[in-house]
Ligand binder design. Structure first.
Ligand SMILES: [Zn+2]
Length: 68
C-alpha cells in the first residue's frame, strides 16, 4: 500500500498493545518492532509509513454511524 500523504510504500504489520502500543513490521513471516508508545490492550493489522510516521488501521464500529 502506498502512503496517501507522501506516496512512500508502507510497511504491513500489526498494531498491538500490552504495556505499550507497538508497530511490528511483518516481512518474510518474521516480525520486527519498528515503533512503540504507551497505551493498553488491543491488536489491529495495519500499515505504517516509514517516511511520515503515519499508521492506517481498520477498526470495527461498536454502533452504526449516524446517517446524514
Ligand atoms: Zn507517508
Amino acid at each position: 500500500m502506498k502512503c496517501p500523504y507522501c506516496n512512500t510504500e508502507m510497511m504491513t504489520g500489526v498494531l498491538k498493545s500490552g504495556r505499550y502500543i507497538q508497530f511490528q513490521e511483518i516481512e518474510n513471516g518474521k516480525k520486527k518492532e519498528v515503533a512503540k508508545s504507551y497505551m493498553g490492550g488491543a491488536k489491529m493489522e495495519g500499515c505504517l509509513c516509514p517516511q511520515c510516521k503515519k499508521i492506517i488501521v481498520d477498526i470495527s464500529l461498536l454502533e452504526q454511524p449516524p446517517t446524514r
